[in-house]
Design a protein around this ligand. Structure first.
Ligand code: NAP
Ligand code: F7E
Length: 325
């Protein structure tokens, strides 16, 4: 038990933010989070995991350095997790500049705020398999060259190298987790797994007929977000900062993920899925497959939820949610 530790999370209202905040609260941390102002409430995930009244939210934005400095002065954290981002790859072609400002420059803003307040704080950067993009090796690990394929991937690559550079330049305890896709019932509705599980529930309950998707031959290495936030925490418990690939080591097509989701409620995806080229991307990441060997060896971390378990968990949650509407 780490009773006196304080953690600060950007992106606390997102999928990973909610699971990580819950993990840290359960470990006895005092948890602070950056809350970007929106016109409607964004705390529903924190409510869902049951910790909204056990954390402290501080107003601020990743694009506003002064707000980050103020937040760190209030929270005085030992550990800082930078999960905030414009994280939807599809939107990054429509809002490339915003994506750069939040997802790339936002990382330097957090790193600068750390240098200016307490450089002994430990830092985690939410890097991504999207940096591998047009893959240079069949199974990607920490040594695989990067080749991003979207403004999002490009922005994340900047954030990754900024993290490495601040570690080397200023000796910050800064680690970069190169996480492959991870999903949950708290996943945003625009991402393909959640779009599918929500549609499966609606179709099963007679509220929708069809599901329009883009490239269903794309392959992803999908894991459960609840498993992946453990790896983030483990990285900051190491004596030395480092970079780690976090993945399951199994890749599956969007098509097969659909098959699993529809079959769980006794339906055939081929009767409902239609292809709509509007969902094709200007440049696609066709296949991703991670090698989590280093994380297993050094952190003792391993994905424990299978894709079948993950998708059925998500369909069940959506059946409950859609059924209650
Ligand atoms: P998410 O659900 O999209 O959450 C993103 C978070 O960032 C939200 O809390 C959002 O706040 C916040 N945010 C956006 N713009 C901001 C700004 N200008 N200032 C402050 N906060 C801002 O993402 P996620 O799936 O939890 O992913 C967490 C992180 O891991 C992201 O950096 C993502 O890029 C990265 N990542 C995700 C995956 C994955 O498969 N999930 C894999 C690799 C890396 P609002 O709620 O107010 O919008
Ligand atoms: O797409 C294909 C799409 O949007 C997965 C983010 O968390 O993981 C996520 O990025 C695949 C792509 O996730 C639809 O073309 C087909 O090949 O669920 P996604 P993503 O782009 O892999 C990485 C690791 C991150 O870091 C990101 O932040 O599915 N696909 N049809 C579709 N995708 C969507 N969204 N919608 C479709 O209709």
């Amino acid at each position: 038990m780490t009773a006196s530790k304080r953690a600060f999370i950007t992106g606390i209202t997102g999928q990973d933010g909610a699971y990580l905040a819950k993990l840290l609260v359960d470990k006895g941390y005092e948890v602070f989070g950056l809350l970007a102002r929106r016109s409607t409430s964004t705390v529903w995930r924190l409510d869902y995991v049951g910790i909204l009244d056990q954390i402290t939210l501080i107003d601020g934005d990743l694009t506003d350095l002064s707000s980050l400095i103020r937040a760190l002065k209030i929270a005085k954290p030992h550990e800082i997790y930078n999960l905030g981002a414009q994280s939807f790859v599809g939107s990054s072609w429509d809002q490339p500049i915003l994506t750069g400002q939040v997802t790339a420059i936002g990382v330097t803003n957090v790193l600068e705020a750390i240098r200016l307040t307490d450089p002994s704080a430990r830092f985690y950067q939410a890097s991504t398999s999207e940096m591998f993009g047009l893959i240079q090796k069949e199974q990607q690990d920490e040594q695989t060259p990067f080749y991003p394929r979207s403004p999002y991937g490009v922005a994340k690559l900047y954030g990754h190298w900024a993290t490495v550079n601040y570690r080397e330049s200023f000796k910050l305890h800064a680690s970069s987790g190169i996480l492959f896709n991870h999903e949950s019932p708290l996943r945003g509705i625009e991402f393909v797994t959640r779009k599918v599980t929500d549609a499966v529930a609606r179709i099963k309950l007679g509220k929708q007929q069809q599901l329009a998707l883009g490239n269903i031959d794309a392959k992803r290495d999908w894991g459960f977000a609840g498993d992946y936030v453990e790896a983030m925490w483990l990285m900051l418990q190491q004596e030395q900062p480092d970079d780690y690939v976090i993945a399951t080591g199994i890749t599956t097509t969007v098509r097969d993920m659909c098959r699993i989701a529809f079959e769980h409620v006794g339906l055939n995806y081929e009767d409902h899925v239609v292809i709509d080229p509007r969902y094709y991307r200007p440049a696609e990441v066709e296949v991703l497959l991670g090698n989590p060997a280093k994380a297993q060896a050094k952190l003792g971390w391993k994905a424990t939820t299978t894709l079948d378990q993950l998708i059925t968990m998500m369909v069940d949650a959506d059946m409950k949610r859609v059924g209650a509407i």
